[in-house]
Write a protein that binds this ligand. Sequence first.
Ligand SMILES: Cc1ncc(COP(=O)(O)O)c(C=O)c1O
Length: 390
Amino acid sequence: MNVPFVDLKAQYAQIKEEILTELENVCQNTAFVLGPFVKNFEQAFAEFIGVKHTIGVNSGTSADQLALQALIKPGDEVITSPNTFIATTEAITAAGGKIRFVDIDERSYTLDPAKLTGAITPQTRAVVPVHLYGQPADMDPIMEIAVQHDLFVIEDAAQAHGAKYLGTGKGDSAAGKSGEEKAWMNCGSIGHAGAFSFYPGKNLGAYGEAGAVTTNSDEVAEFVRMYRDHGSKEKYVHDFEGHNMRMEGFQGAVLNIKLRYLKEWTEARRKNARYYNQLLKDIPGVQTPEEMPYARHVYHLYVIRVSDREGLQKYLSENGIGCGFHYKYPLHLQKAYSHLGYKKGDFPVTEKAMEEIVSLPMYPELSRKQMEYVAEKIKEFVIERGGCGA
Ligand SMILES: Cc1ncc(COP(=O)(O)O)c(C=O)c1O
């Protein structure tokens, strides 16, 4: 049996007719850059997330950058966790910020709010919690600390389309000031801005590069809308130097169709995660992912922990199963960030997790038979072959 790590063809087969018709419409309207198809998607996504504005851009990296650039000044320190894709920190640098890392919580793999206050200096201006793998970061305590220290919060929701957090999102829940009831809120609607990626393999994926900023702030929205289009509101009238970070019409059209299926696809991912949990739970030395009590995880990635991840990956690969490491090395130990002066041991929770994590195939179309086969091969590696120290 063959179980690829992602299978975008299976999804395409389901929606091919609708997609091709809409792409034809884009051509007939010659609406190739921004235009009505992008606008329709922006409105639909804003409604889906529960924010006033969605601004479509050309990638999640640009979304991270522009959300930050709208809020911070050059030289400001920005805190994030070291177990994220480098786009998060590239965006901080591109926005003129200075990267500061804080370790993660070992259960959720997201920024540990208990370690946040200790990393804040008078230069700190923003925090970027990453809703990694589709699991929301613990936003209420993060918002609480942000309010106390007058920080902006930019959610990196690149992997968390439709993921929900149970809280007040107000930053005063821990102190109990608001007395407000907790409610389920979408990732990307809680902080001052959110950044989404629509890279093809994401839970909501375009047919090329695309991303979006979400926000309730009119000022942030206006800055991002203008910056993505050369600092202009009106063609050839430029209030400041921006860049070309516009979303393409084809991407807006594809995303708008796929957004209608996202709820159904997310339920399928969650169902698959529950089935994997059940299949893997009794295999010694295999730790399955934990959905935090405050979280509705959307399983962009289904990540287990084992002691010999290289061995397991090799064994699965030999048996036709694709898997990945998200990520291979923590950012503070990458050559790109040697100038920041971090060393091994600085973020022990991240470092240990990064040596043990393996992402298994995960997508809505994954069949029970495929998951059973993956579980069977993991069992074989651990029990029969004595892998992972069993
Ligand atoms: C956490 C995170 N942030 C940002 C990005 C950047 O998104 P894009 O690839 O669309 O530029 C990604 C993409 O993988 C991501 O996983």
